[in-house]
Structures are given as structure tokens and as C-alpha cells.
Design a protein around this ligand. Structure first.
Ligand SMILES: [Cu+2]
Length: 118
């Protein structure tokens, strides 16, 4: 009797911790604004967002929106913004450094006066 109730406790704890793990590692989909110029920018922005913990990334040229599906337990949204900014592209959260922007090929040096659509 005592042994079987202990077993139930172990099973219950295992199920609880399992569902907890699933809940915390659930991927999140979000979109944010990234400045750009040409098609080459799209490829570079997506490449910059291709990080460990990011499941998918798609940049839409028309809306200037980068959509990412990521695992918040592995990477933060700020880290994704930072990586895109490091590649030379201003995001709605982080502005690229002057040197990162200047390192872009001439055709990709987008207009920095464009700001995110509110
Ligand atoms: Cu470009």
C-alpha cells in the first residue's frame, strides 16, 4: 500500500515536470520591424536571425516585418534584434551601429530616416 502510493507520487511528479517543460519550451511567433533596401537585405536579415533557438524566420519586403518563431527558453527576442542590428540593420528596438551600417554594400545602405510604422 505504502509502496504503491509512493509510486503514484513519482508518476505524478514526472507528469507534472514533463508538462511544465513542454509549456516553457513552447515556441513563440512574433514579428518586428526591420529597415532595408533591396532583396539582398532580405537574405541578410533572415541569415542574421537564423540563430540557435530560432525555428523559422521570414522577412516581408512590403511590410518591413521580420517574423520569427523562436524558443524563449533558448533565446530572447532582444538577442534576435541584436543579431539583426549587428548585421547592419536597424530594428524597431535596436539601431545598428554606425560601423555595422557602413559595412553594408552600397546598394544595401537603406534610408535611415524611415521609421517603423506605428
Ligand atoms: Cu540590400
Amino acid at each position: 500500500m505504502k509502496k504503491s502510493s509512493f509510486l503514484w507520487m513519482v508518476i505524478t511528479a514526472a507528469i507534472l515536470s514533463m508538462s511544465f517543460t513542454i509549456a516553457t519550451t513552447k515556441p513563440v511567433e512574433t514579428s518586428f520591424w526591420v529597415n532595408r533596401d533591396c532583396e539582398m537585405c532580405k537574405a541578410k536579415i533572415e541569415q542574421a536571425a537564423d540563430l540557435k533557438g530560432v525555428k523559422s524566420m521570414a522577412y516581408d519586403m512590403d511590410s518591413y516585418m521580420l517574423t520569427v518563431v523562436y524558443n524563449p527558453s533558448k533565446i530572447s527576442i532582444e538577442q534576435i534584434h541584436q543579431s539583426v542590428a549587428d548585421a547592419g540593420y536597424d530594428t524597431s528596438l535596436i539601431k545598428a551601429s554606425e560601423s555595422a551600417y557602413n559595412a553594408l554594400p552600397g546598394c544595401c545602405q537603406y534610408d535611415r530616416n524611415i521609421s517603423p510604422k506605428k
